[in-house]
Design a protein around this ligand. Structure first.
Ligand code: ZN
Ligand code: ZN
Length: 327
């Protein structure tokens, strides 16, 4: 646990056997109600860490609300476990419907695996290989959820938190901006030493949204804010977010060129492209990658390939249920 500012604590929730290592949840102490920003996986180690933090800080969920920056299970995973009947859960529209099981993204998981070309890469269509599925939240009662709009203000003690929609990393990612103190709780939108994973949220053949484009626009949106302190959901905080935004832009520019180089004049699946991209993992051989990492890598390749299709640089075709990309 770390004291960040008056009435703001960082709670480190371990994410065992996950390259992200830990989640930064933030606890804001209010006058009558507190706010907990993000929660951790629905996994024993995360539940224990959160229970222990609750005991040490001395708060209970009866007078604490939850803000979920986005639907990923390392953020939303403990919402169902933690929420008491008095708890209000603030989040975006997509996450609200997701955690209350109004739809199930994982119903299309098998199609994504097949269309992405992962069936040839030792993967099957069972979502159990995906940590987002394995550690997702217990079903949350939709009546406990408040869907926040872009610009919605949540007041906690001295802090006035403005919701800033920053779609891209997830379909409804939301940052919280405290204008008077120039603090941004940025979820996974901007991270210091890791590049936020970009993925797609529809099946590769039917995708309508350019999620990478949305992400880049959301970086520009945050760049326009006056920020003295950035508080991300993973790893270190307090870095120069403006420099980091520029680095992230350059990273995606390099990635797009890398994808085009890998494709050359060939016709390839997203998984084939992903297997040749550079990944910042200790394991260097694609065949040795854990299944979950193959899924994330292919998702990242898909977001770049789909972006290039949207820009008219690439074309795609569907053959035997698999999507192929070519110039
Ligand atoms: Zn995330
Ligand atoms: Zn995360």
């Amino acid at each position: 646990m770390e004291k960040i500012r008056r009435n703001i604590l960082r709670i480190e929730i371990p994410l065992p056997r996950n390259p992200l290592k830990a989640l930064n949840a933030y606890f804001l102490a209010g006058d009558d109600r507190n706010l907990l920003i993000d929660t951790g996986f629905n996994q024993a180690e995360c539940r224990q860490a959160m229970d222990q933090a609750m005991e040490e800080i001395g708060f209970s969920m009866e007078n604490t609300d939850i803000f979920i920056t986005h639907c990923h299970s390392d953020h939303a995973g403990l919402a169902g476990y933690l929420a008491k009947p008095e708890t209000r859960i603030y989040t975006g529209d997509y996450t609200a419907r997701d955690i209350s099981r109004q739809f199930d993204w994982f119903e299309d998981f098998g199609i994504l695996v097949q269309q992405g070309g992962l069936l040839d890469m030792d993967l099957d269509q069972n979502p159990i290989n995906h940590p987002g599925y394995r550690y997702r939240t217990d079903k949350v009662d939709f009546n406990q959820v408040t869907v926040v709009a872009d610009g919605t203000i949540i007041n906690v003690g001295d802090y006035s938190l403005k919701c800033v929609h920053t779609t891209g990393h997830a379909p409804d990612h939301i940052c919280l901006y405290e204008e008077n103190h120039k603090i941004l709780f940025c979820g996974d939108h901007i991270l210091e030493t890791i590049t936020p994973n970009n993925n797609i949220w529809e099946t590769p053949w039917d995708i309508k949204v350019d999620y990478l484009d949305e992400y880049l626009k959301s970086l520009t949106k945050v760049e326009a804010l006056a920020i003295d302190l950035i508080l991300p959901a993973h790893r270190g905080h307090g870095f120069d977010c403006y420099r980091r935004i520029q680095e992230l832009r350059e990273h995606h520019e390099r990635r797009l060129n890398n994808v085009l180089d890998i494709l050359g004049n060939k016709t390839m699946t997203a998984a084939q492209v992903a297997s040749k991209m550079d990944w910042d993992l200790d394991i260097k051989d694609w065949d040795q990658y854990p299944k979950a990492q193959k899924i994330f890598a292919t998702g990242e390749a898909l977001s770049h390939l789909s972006h290039l299709v949207c820009k008219g640089v690439l074309r795609k075709e569907l053959r035997d249920g698999v999507v192929y990309y070519f110039r």
